[in-house]
Design a protein around this ligand. Structure first.
Ligand SMILES: Cc1ncc(COP(=O)(O)O)c(C=O)c1O
Length: 373
């Protein structure tokens, strides 16, 4: 999808907010614990390279991504810090992972056997940085038992191409007030960690929610994701431990303004009928930008006033009811502050009955990202 720069619609990313969110967390970390900025999924929709730069300015010493290609994007942008891929890497791509010095999870004995076979007939340009992933209760990827972890370590020892660089787990409920399940996962990981004959360079368990709300004793690195973008990982459930600053603003402009008579129909399906004469504005944003059809009935801000989205959201445009006539070119705020009002990503998520993570990730590549500060 081509970035549409010749259209009055853009995401404004406030770099300073990211710098400060990261710096505030780095200040709170116990001595010797590093922060890796999670910039997967195009920096949660905010743009990977620019947010990685801002996170680095705030004190991040490494990065996490989901895929090999996301790691390559950072390397090609010039980052020399450690980069950890969080998703499973098919063994056929090990030469690329070695070439770009991307660390990756080792998640099962089956994966190790495949790697063993593959490496027997392949020469690599550099050592492979393996992080053993322990599934303590997320049920996604990783070893489930201590016995499996120890067997994996023994296999890794027999593979000179692999360096045991890290061990980690991921909490399923760190963003909830009830911490019983969190404690169970913590205890399982601690037991496995204590059984290791030697510790790797990185031990890591914390995501944003863990960093914000748990006095986690384990680990020398945190994987700091959504909070670096200024978003509360728990949605409404828990209060931020310190003020997070949202980094993203989504703005557009009115491209047409018209007065319609009572009884006018608006949009596909003619689902909206004006009850009286109204001023209608057209905004050049649609579901192809990630502003979903379900956003109908929500509002955007124009001159500090909430204006309802009426009719169906189209692929590239939607219509709003204006309080009065306004000039074409008037600013429209979909997310962010306008006058003394604000629309947050959390409010968009509430309207869509989802989480802000999903809303941010859906903002499509078509929308230009402008970095300020
Ligand atoms: C393994 C892992 N670690 C860390 C994170 C970052 O989580 P958060 O954005 O909640 O900080 C994620 C995000 O999905 C993840 O999958």
């Amino acid at each position: 999808m081509v970035e549409s720069i010749h259209r009055p619609t853009k995401l404004i990313i406030h770099n300073q907010a990211i710098v400060e969110n990261v710096a505030n967390e780095v200040k709170r970390l116990p001595q010797g614990r590093e922060l890796f900025a999670v910039v997967k999924a195009n920096g949660y929709g905010h743009g990977a390279v620019a947010t990685a730069q801002a996170a680095k300015a705030g004190g991040a010493t490494g990065f996490c991504v989901a895929t090999i290609d996301e790691g390559i994007e950072l390397r090609e942008a010039g980052f020399t810090e450690p980069i950890l891929i969080l998703g499973v890497v098919p063994v056929v791509y090990l030469p690329i992972v070695a070439e770009y010095q991307l660390a990756f999870p080792v998640n099962s004995l089956a994966w190790l056997t495949q790697a063993q076979n593959y490496l027997a007939k392949t020469t690599l340009s550099a050592p492979l940085l393996a992080h053993l992933k322990v599934d303590t209760g997320m049920g996604r990827i990783g070893f489930q038992t201590k016995a499996e972890v120890l067997e994996a370590l023994a296999l890794i020892e027999g593979l000179p191409a692999l360096v045991f660089d890290g061990i980690f787990t991921h909490f399923a409920t760190a963003d909830e007030a009830e911490d019983g399940y969190y404690q169970e996962q913590h205890d399982r990981f601690k037991e496995i960690l204590e059984s290791l004959p030697q510790k790797p360079r990185y031990v890591h368990v914390s995501n944003s929610a863990t960093a914000l709300w748990h006095e986690e004793e384990l680990g020398n690195m945190v994987r700091f994701g959504v909070a670096m973008y200024g978003l509360n990982p728990s949605g409404h459930a828990l209060k931020e431990s310190y003020p997070l600053q949202p980094a993203l603003e989504f703005v557009s402009q009115l491209v047409q303004v018209k007065q319609v008579p009572a009884g006018a129909k608006i949009g596909y399906g003619a689902t909206y009928t004006s009850p009286e004469s109204e001023w209608i504005g057209t905004v050049p944003v649609g579901y192809a930008d990630g502003w979903l059809r379900k956003m109908s009935g929500f509002s955007v801000l124009v001159e500090g006033v909430h204006c309802e989205i009426i009719g169906r959201v189209c692929m590239d445009q939607f219509m709003i009811r204006l309080p009065h006539a306004l000039p074409e070119g008037t600013k429209v705020t979909l997310v962010g502050k306008n006058g003394d009002q604000e629309i947050t990503l959390q409010e968009v998520a509430d309207h869509l009955d989802t989480i802000h993570y999903e809303v941010a990730c859906l903002l499509s590549e078509r929308i230009p990202r402008e970095y300020q500060g």
